[in-house]
Ligand binder design. Structure first.
Ligand code: KG4
Ligand code: ZN
Length: 456
């Protein structure tokens, strides 16, 4: 089955095409035919965070060209789309004022296009590009379109949803709304064919020097990412109940998974998400957005150089709260007060604060994981969300899982920040599990849901 995934919940416009086979829980696997991500980070940097109206506009400008690039890379179109194609079609028919009217009259099936035009009426720029670049294409071999319905920024979500609905109408392809957080969970179970799922852990346990190759790369996500051709398996003989730790810019959740696709949120942040705390602390320290990778770099430098500092101590919020909830807003305020007391915020002090902040976050998360594992008899842990690009957290989570005797699945760094592979993966996995789900998804009458919980 060929699946087109579309993701626009925040500041990455991402499109992915995968081919899936097998059934989840048995032999599900997939091949990435094309996987493209366009980041808007550079644009949002000047605002110190994601600016929703700007994100929406960028998505609507990015989606068509990114789709053309992805579909070309996937090899699913009969011929490559080139710039002359639409003029070639226009020239066949003289006196055509408007390509959509022309196609609608030429091919009765394409009368739907008039519906389509009204669907995209609120996105005039997107419609113009869609009309010029996508209407003339032959239907590609895509069986289902998966698009993020939520959670995320609603204006941003809507652009992806409208674009997906337009493709669905144009080519009569079913569409499936996907939960972004479920994407962060399932993408972490993917592993390249032939790779041992616990290889990273094993190498470390043997005392070798080799680390996850990706971990030493510059993690700044502000580059376009593309990937194709890899054959990927899903780790599926893991034991339930499993615990999913979701740590991103908008979420900090502990999710109990009793079985495939059965979720229950058993802990969450009462205020800021952990990624948000990284971003806010970075801003206090005068570091650029997004703050996670910046704090990470400074903390690592501090740790490596083993410097003597001021002995700054920050709180470990809610570590003794007796429940599985988090709170990071007080930790951020503690950083703010600490900084206010320091007349000269040198690079060394920034490094020390970054290191201590990472310590506080890491210790808090580990203590909640330990509590959840013992209380809920957890057998496996899966971690997802942008913050798991953090090297320190990756290391500590592996150590904690080993200490607790549970399996742990951590995503490749390139799959940890937002992407569309995760959206297509959820769709493929769910359909493989329950084919009837496709019939339930013929309807186009649904909306973005900025607060969609993974367990609802
Ligand atoms: O999942 P994601 O890409 O977007 C959301 O759905 O929120 O996560 C983005 C978050 C940002 O807050 C960013 O600062 C954080 O992930 N992040 C990191 C690192 N890389 C990205 N946080 C800590 N350490 C990192 N290396
Ligand atoms: Zn995310």
């Amino acid at each position: 089955m060929n699946i087109l995934g579309i993701e626009t919940s925040c500041d990455e416009t991402a499109i992915s095409i995968i081919e899936t086979e097998g059934k989840v829980g048995e032999n599900f696997k997939l091949k990435i035919l094309a996987n493209e991500t366009l980041s808007q980070i550079e644009l949002h940097r000047k605002y110190g965070g994601v600016f929703p109206a700007l994100a929406k506009r960028e998505h609507s400008l990015n989606l068509t060209p990114l789709f053309i690039r992805t579909i070309n890379a996937s090899g699913l179109l009969k011929e490559l789309v080139n710039k002359n194609q639409e003029s070639r079609i226009m020239n066949q028919e003289q006196n055509t004022e408007d390509l959509s009217t022309f196609l609608a009259t030429r091919d009765p099936a394409k009368r739907e296009i008039l519906k389509l035009k009204s669907l995209l009426a609120r996105e005039p720029e997107m419609w113009q590009m869609f009309e010029k670049e996508i209407l003339p294409l032959d239907k590609p071999k895509i069986d289902v379109i998966a698009v993020t319905k939520g959670p995320g920024l609603e204006p941003a979500l809507w652009t992806g949803i409208n674009f997906a609905k337009a493709l669905s109408l144009l080519w009569q392809i079913p569409i499936m709304p996907i939960n972004h957080m479920e994407g962060h969970i399932l993408v972490s179970l993917l592993k390249k064919e032939g790779e041992n799922e616990n290889e990273e852990v094993r190498i470390k346990n043997e005392g070798g020097e080799k680390e996850d190759e990706n971990e030493n790369k510059d993690l700044s996500p502000d580059v376009d990412k593309a990937e194709s051709g890899s054959s990927i398996l899903m780790n599926q003989n893991w034991d339930f109940p499993a615990l999913a730790l979701l740590i991103s810019g908008g979420h900090t959740e502990l999710v109990l998974m009793k079985d495939w696709f059965k979720y229950e949120i058993i802990g969450k942040t009462k205020d800021d998400a952990v990624g948000e705390a990284f971003d806010k602390v970075a801003r206090i320290l005068g570091l650029p957005y997004p703050g996670g990778p910046e704090i990470s770099k400074l903390a690592e430098k501090w740790q490596k150089e083993n410097k003597k500092g001021l002995g700054i101590k920050l709180p470990r919020p809610m570590i003794h709260s007796g429940d599985l909830d988090f709170s990071f807003s007080g930790l951020k305020t503690a950083v703010l007060y600490t900084v206010k007391k320091i007349p000269d915020l040198t690079d060394d002090i920034k490094e020390e604060i970054s290191y201590e902040f990472e310590n506080a976050v890491t210790e808090t998360i580990m203590s909640k994981i330990e509590k959840a594992v013992s209380e809920r008899d957890i057998k496996s842990i899966v971690v997802g969300g942008g913050v798991i690009a953090n090297k320190r957290l990756r290391e500590e989570l592996r150590k904690t899982a080993e200490k607790l005797g549970v399996e742990i699945f951590i995503p490749e760094i390139s799959h940890s920040t937002d992407n569309a592979l995760m959206i297509a993966t959820v769709c493929g996995a769910k359909i493989s599990f329950n084919k009837e789900i496709m019939e339930k998804n013929q309807d186009l009458n649904w909306s973005a849901d900025g607060n969609w919980r993974v367990d609802k």
